[in-house]
Write a protein that binds this ligand. Sequence first.
Ligand code: C2E
Ligand code: MG
Ligand code: MG
Length: 643
Amino acid sequence: RDALGLERRSRRVLFDASADAMVTADAAGVIRRANAAAERLFGYGQAELVGRPVEMLMPAGVRDGHAQYRTAFAAAPHSRAMAAGLNIVGQRKDGTEVALEIRLTPHKTDSGHMVTAEIRDVTEQRRIERELLDAHRQAAESLALLETLQASAPVGFGFVDRDFRIRTVNPGLAAIQGGQPGELIGRRVADALPHLWAQIEPIYQQILDTGEPVLNVSAQGTDAGHPGQLRSWLASYYPVTVDGKVIGIGQVVVDVTDRRQADEFRAAVMQNMAEGLCVMDGDGGLILMNPAATNILGWTQDELHGKSVHAAIHFQHADGTPYPEDECELRALRVEGTEALVGEDAFTAKDGRIIPVSYSASPLVDGSPARGVVIVFRDMTEAHAERERARLELEALTWVGRIRDALDEDRLVLYSQPIVPLTGGEPREELLVRMIGRNGELIPPGTFLPAAEQYGLIGDIDRWVIGQAIALAADGRTVHVNLSAQSVADRGLLASIERQLHQAGADPGNLVFELTETGLIDDINTGERFAHGLAELGCAIALDDFGTGFGSFTYLKRLPVKVLKIDIEFVRNLTTNTSDQHLVKAMVNLAQGFGQQTVAEGVEDAKALELLRGYGVDYAQGFHLGRPAPIPDTSPSRPADRS
Ligand code: C2E
Ligand code: MG
Ligand code: MG
């Protein structure tokens, strides 16, 4: 008995002191004892547990079923663990559940058969188990995904170890390298792919040496999938490390044939388009420029790359006034992402020329958040010149009407400018025509003579001037008359001059006809005939604007020229320009050699006059000596020319 008592006592001590929760129930499932750990685990006090059914420690869902287990266990009591495979769950006093592992031990006492349950809280253990399970599943998923990708992605994958033995190669890469994965795996690259080895080895070596990847190596060749077609690839090689050690090299190869073809097509279009093309990024900096743009603007893409397009080429308007960046249309486009067609704007070239342009601009949306703008522009210089020509044409046409009216209404007037002798000859004068406008304004010959020449009215003007000149000549004045090409070619003019001279009783020697190169250039033979005809009448010929054309010497040789008029171009800066001094001296020598007299045009100051006198120039004409002024006899009230 004592031995039995001792066993019971020690069991009780162990029961109470156990770190595991322990609950003893009788055959009816009524709790008889619970230790301190059980009280802690379930949150009940001893008094709350004893005498109550063990089902109170279970969640509602399993309580009913438990009675059957208990009966079955009582019929064949044996010590057993209940945890394996079963997720046993207990319920605490506060209603929360707890994962449990339970071992049941039957034993007999004075009060009958008892079962003691050792109960362990395995919540934490279960959690770890679940995580491990998840990790396994994820790893398996990753592997499965990788295998699927390797087998089916349009990308070549491969892995070689440090001995350059092929460990992994997917069908894509094998096809590019010219084989099947099965033929390659396990072999050394040098043996399996001897045709590629020379290219690949230095790359492998570099990666092992540096531990750095080698990216975007381009390669070209053919592969099994596209017989007879040249393909382009981009290959990247990565060191594969485990615990900081490079264990081999991973390789990814992408077929970029289509992309390259698209690139080449785009480049060909950009290279060959006649319009200039500039692309700027979201900040207005230049990214791209085609050869036509370089042609028009003078800037190369490299010179402007990254620089502000506005600051480089768009900083001023067509008239040279500044174009502030915050008013810039392109900036607005960039910010708002709209499209625009701008018919009239100006870009400034590298050499400072302002180039009229028209352009279209559209936003560049390339997937990145930064917006850019593509500008396609056209140099409008030619088009503007064409427009200007058309405008002048129209203006000339309106002048035709005005000139006719002026002729009809007698609104042409003659001004006279003195030609002053320097070497003792008689004073003379040049007759210069002007028009009086409808409102009484004085219109200079430069404004209406070009239109008169173009539309065949200059002959009428010349005839009118000649009539006036002959009247002045009859008065004893020596007058110079400017003649146009049309008059030179006018077959009836010589006879008309002869008749008028005769009628007026004027000395033909008082008439000097000024011919210009432009007046003679049409047909030198006609000019020659006309000039000789004038000379036969006894009139003199002066070569006007001498030295400015290309045929001066020809005319000098073939025409009976009495007077050379040295053009204002050589006289205006005479005092400061030594080249002009040489040229004027040479022209004077030349004229003297031909026995001709010289007139210097455009003498504007006393110093020039002194130089000319020194060179032996015979006559001087210019503002310094007298401005063109209305001829007092014909129109006494006209003011002197201010032009
Ligand atoms: P041109 O025959 O060479 O006439 C000389 C031009 O130089 C005149 O201009 C005259 O006013 C200007 N001039 C004279 N001295 C000076 C000077 O010191 N400084 C400057 N800067 N200019 C000076 P204008 O009168 O305007 O005539 C321009 C051109 O129109 C003439 O050049 C001539 O080719 C043409 N022209 C004028 N009258 C007639 C005409 O009756 N018939 C024809 N066919 N042409 C005429
Ligand atoms: Mg003249
Ligand atoms: Mg002249």
